[in-house]
Design a protein around this ligand. Structure first.
Ligand code: ZN
Length: 268
């Protein structure tokens, strides 16, 4: 004996029909939008599952991590530039801005994610004693690295996410939650999309002029290449010129020798 109601319910369970399900079923027939990828898309994403996960971490399906050790070499030089310019108006106003930015992150907000996108992460840094100068140094070092490696990341957004990651890397992310640690600021175990998308792009919009200024002051790869190029282009001496120079030097040496030789007194 078959119950018609049960049959109907089973039919709906195995063939869910709704606007989202229809969109997913159409989307997964399309290829992943990442360059050179032939996989089919995942869910409602523009990308396949692996490119979706890379996108969520780096802001671009072909993005990647640039670990702090890669731009460590710039940090010492940028730090020296800061120390030599403590009264520079750009440096002073950049530090002033970051001081206010950190204070704003700590201010009260009704929003679960804090006063602005990424403020939870900024509070985490503050709880580890990170200063506005530390943040500025990290941003400028990373920016100078990008200046020297213009193809390191695929686009502007991936660079902004790199800036966000550079700032976030200044303090550890505690792996396990306890109630006490949650009270520090309630940051998530992994950086949130809103933080990655918020911090770097904001810093670029506010401080890019100062970043450019610092990058131009650092002995960049470009400048080192220019010095090498000038050395390669320096005029070469012709063999004749070398011979003449040697001959002139020899004549001068003889003249000095003659001048230095005491003239014997003629017997009187
Ligand atoms: Zn893909």
């Amino acid at each position: 004996m078959t119950n018609p109601t049960t049959t109907t319910i089973q039919h709906h369970r195995f063939h869910p029909i709704g606007p989202v399900a229809i969109a997913v079923s159409q989307n997964i027939l399309k290829p992943c939008k990442a360059h050179g990828c032939n996989e089919s898309r995942s869910g409602l994403s523009l990308y396949c599952s692996s490119h979706t996960s890379i996108f969520k971490r780096y802001g671009h399906p072909n993005g990647r991590s640039i670990p702090p050790k890669d731009y460590r070499s710039y940090r010492a030089e940028v730090s020296d530039i800061f120390d030599a310019n403590t009264a520079h108006p750009g440096y002073v106003s950049a530090l002033d801005y970051l001081t206010k930015y950190m204070a704003r992150a700590a201010s009260d907000s009704d929003d679960r994610d804090g006063p602005f996108r990424g403020s939870v992460e900024i509070n985490r840094l503050a709880s580890f004693g990170i200063t506005p100068r530390d943040i500025l140094l990290e941003l400028c070092s990373f920016w100078t690295y990008l200046h020297d490696h213009p193809r390191a990341l695929p686009d502007l957004r991936a660079e902004d996410w790199g800036l966000s990651r550079a700032v976030m890397s200044l303090a550890p992310r505690l792996r396990r939650y306890t109630s006490g640690r949650l009270a520090l600021g309630g940051y998530s175990p992994k950086p949130k999309f809103s933080s990655l998308d918020g911090i770097g792009s904001h810093m670029r919009s506010v401080l890019s002029m100062f970043f450019v200024n610092v990058a131009m002051s650092v002995t960049t790869k470009e400048q080192r290449a220019l010095v090498t190029l000038q050395a390669l282009k320096a005029p070469l001496a012709s063999p004749t010129a070398v011979y003449l120079a040697q001959a002139a030097a020899a004549t001068a040496a003889t003249a000095i020798a003659i001048a230095a030789t005491p003239i014997p007194h003629s017997g009187r």
